[in-house]
Design a protein around this ligand. Structure first.
Ligand code: AVI
Length: 334
């Protein structure tokens, strides 16, 4: 814990429901026994995977981070203008919080800000909090190491001041549209009329741009995807040969989503010692590891309406690749 004993500027709680290793073991068992095989993208983000994701955000092909940063650079002051003098900024999936700095920079002069980053990866939370505290000497940080649904429960308790809830980076894209509406509705049900929510959403666009963003020339996204198998080897005593799987990212325009797979390059049988499991792969057989949904403006409207939210403002980057939406609750919604 940092800060003075009487008034700590930094606190961290870890809200782990049950045993995360047991969840991983259970989901790997179920996912590899399924037809077709699948693994959840929530398991990408161990320390290794969080580092690889930070590297993805810097890639020339992964335009999402740059586009969202451009919008924040241009409009952070306008966003700050709707925020009261005392505010709690809650960020879901805060990661390294690089973009959040732009907002905090606009908010902090003249405001008392408590920042509540919620992220599954504790080391990332600790590192980003240390950087933010150095950069912003008056900032109070209460970090929450938790999954989204646990973090949501926490949102209810942080209600002594108006809140600005951040869900940036098109994290919404890793939910189906129905799940996104349900999740936003659950957040909405914690909001008062003074609260605002800022959501970053990646927009539908050309297949070539999308597929390059998820299959970069340097192979960082491939390494990010393959880290799931490396994680099975590390944590569950697997013997998967990473060289016998290749990364695949394809755009499905009907569903408006990028789909990521790990494809077995040959017939093989793998053993996962801690699970007492043997799994056979046919040549070309795929494990589905992630969906990343892209939105039209109409689809954003539909999901936000279903969640009982009203867009007070929305912005796009100059090339119209990404949208940032500032929501408040729709009092007329049921
Ligand atoms: C975290 N999430 C929004 C990223 C995305 O674009 O869907 C994860 C990612 N997967 C591959 N590249 C980035």
């Amino acid at each position: 814990m940092m800060g003075s004993a009487s008034m700590p500027r930094f606190r961290l709680v870890e809200l782990t429901e049950g045993d995360p290793h047991a969840d991983f073991a259970r989901d790997v068992t179920a996912g590899l026994a399924s037809e077709p095989k699948h693994l959840s993208c929530r398991y990408f983000y161990d320390s290794e995977g969080s580092g690889l994701f930070a590297a993805i955000c810097e890639l020339p092909e992964y335009y999402l981070t740059r586009a969202e940063t451009e919008i924040l650079q241009r409009h952070a002051r306008e966003i700050a203008s709707v925020v009261p003098d005392e505010v709690t900024v809650i960020e879901l999936g805060s990661g390294n919080a690089v973009k959040t700095r732009l907002l905090l920079q606009a908010l902090l002069p003249g405001r008392q800000v408590r920042y509540v980053p919620i992220d599954i990866c504790r080391p990332v939370l600790e590192e980003s909090a240390a950087g933010l505290m150095q950069r912003f000497p008056s900032l109070e940080i209460f970090a929450v190491a938790a999954e989204y649904h646990e973090g949501l429960r926490y949102l209810r308790s942080e209600s002594d001041r108006p809140r600005l809830i951040l869900w940036l980076g098109s994290n919404i894209g890793n939910f189906t549209r129905a799940e996104a509406a349900t999740f936003l509705r659950r957040i909405r049900d914690t909001m008062t009329p003074a609260d605002r929510m800022l959501v970053g959403v990646d927009l539908r666009k050309d297949r070539a741009v999308l597929e390059a963003a998820y299959d970069d020339a340097a192979g960082v996204t491939a390494a990010f995807n393959l880290n799931l198998l490396a994680r099975i080897n590390r944590e569950l005593d697997g013997d998967l040969d990473l060289g016998a799987f290749r990364h695949r990212a394809i755009y499905n325009p009907d569903l408006g989503r990028i789909e990521m797979y790990l494809v077995s390059t040959r017939a093989q049988r793998v053993t996962i010692g801690r699970l007492g499991l043997k799994v056979a792969f046919a040549p070309g057989e795929a494990i589905h590891t992630e969906n990343s949904y892209k939105y039209s403006l109409t689809e954003i409207d539909e999901v936000s309406k279903a969640a009982g939210l009203l867009a007070e403002r929305c912005w796009q980057d100059a090339e119209g690749r990404f949208s940032l939406q500032l929501f408040r609750i729709d009092p007329a919604a049921h």
